[in-house]
Design a protein around this ligand. Structure first.
Ligand code: DAH
Length: 340
């Protein structure tokens, strides 16, 4: 029995020295000390010996067990250290190597103009309303007081899906939706895409962007409209520039106007940007026509409102001196990355 223990100890020493990994060391522990391990077997067979023998043998077996445990613990610690060293070696980081630079994304110029306009108007308490790009003839024309024979209704101008459904030609359709659905006070802007049967060229595109504005409340006058839009023009092009409002016609406003801003390039003297006039047309606007307000059953004696429509591409092209609208849709990163 003592011989056996000695052999086990010797073998354990040899095998442990050969154990190349933590898994090997663990396997050896199970082989020697586990439930079916060699040492456990020996301890189990002790019942066949006399009490005297059992005492000495037990002692020897316990000593052997302790020795094996220590040996395994030492080898395990050694192996752990080796494994860590190997890992450190493999993971060495060369801090002098050039890094992989991430190419940042850019907001498109159209988004920049829309975001800037949203910031400007939301700072004055305007909310943002959105409408679908596919809308009804009612919302896009009828509810906006467009004459049944208005030329913009023609198949040559408007993309019809059915005789009652179309791709909206203006974000003004959101006015119709909001007025039908909610009571004043209303103070909103609505950015979005609009569609018209146009062949793309330097100043036309079958799809472009508008931002609609609508305010309805008690006592709203043309002075409110002028105050807000003058501030917006100054925000866009420079606080020193004057604005003027020219009479115009839109079916859904009365009176209607177009707002011009003094040319930001020549300051009003006349140049190629303002085509010599000293003024640049910025947007359309007006006081909401009572025929439009009536679709919301509003008391038109009590409530009045103003509306405006901004052409996003137009603002972007003016502000950044872009002379061909198609550049805005080509998504050439060299073009897009210039506007940050
Ligand atoms: N919907 C007009 C257009 O597409 C733009 C416009 C003009 C909107 C005047 C308005 C407005 O709300 O008051 O040409």
């Amino acid at each position: 029995m003592t011989e056996k223990l000695k052999t086990i100890l010797e073998q354990a020493g040899e095998e442990l020295a050969k154990a190349g990994s933590l898994a090997d060391a663990e396997a050896l522990r199970v082989k020697l000390l586990g439930k079916k391990g060699q040492l456990t077997e020996i301890l189990r067979s002790m019942k066949d010996y006399s009490p005297e023998e059992r005492k000495t043998l037990g002692q020897a077996a316990n000593e052997a067990r302790a020795k094996i445990e220590t040996m395994i613990a030492e080898r395990t610690a050694e192996l752990k250290k080796l494994a860590q060293e190997a890992r450190f070696k493999a993971e060495t980081l060369d801090v002098t190597e050039p890094g992989v630079s991430a190419v940042p994304g850019y907001k498109h110029l159209i988004s920049l103009v829309i975001d800037d306009t949203i910031d400007f108007f939301s700072s004055m308490g305007y909310t943002i309303a959105e409408g679908p790009e596919i809308d009804t003839v009612h919302n896009n024309f009828d509810a906006l007081n467009a004459d049944p024979n208005h030329p913009s209704r023609d198949m040559t101008d408007t993309f019809y899906i059915t005789d009652k459904v179309l791709l909206r030609t203006q974000t003004s359709d959101v006015q119709a939706r909001v007025i039908a659905a909610q009571q004043p006070p209303i103070r909103l802007i609505s950015p979005g895409r609009v569609f018209r049967c146009d062949t793309p060229d330097a100043t036309h595109s079958p799809m472009f962007h508008q931002i609609e504005g609508l305010v309805v409340d008690e006592g709203i006058t043309m002075a409110d409209l002028k105050g807000v839009l003058d501030k917006y023009a100054k925000h866009l092009f420079g606080s020193h520039l004057a604005t003027k409002f020219r009479p115009h016609h839109f079916p859904f406003t009365e009176p209607s106007a177009e707002m011009d801003v003094e040319c930001f390039k020549c300051g009003g003297k006349g140049c190629n940007i303002c085509k010599g006039s000293g003024w640049i047309e910025i947007l359309g606007c007006g006081m909401v026509h009572p025929n439009v307000l009536k679709f919301g059953d509003y008391d038109t004696e009590k409530y009045t409102g103003f509306a405006f429509g901004i052409g996003v591409e137009r603002i972007a092209m003016l502000k950044y001196g872009i002379d061909d609208m198609r550049l805005l849709y080509e998504n050439d990163i060299r073009f897009i990355s210039q506007f940050r």
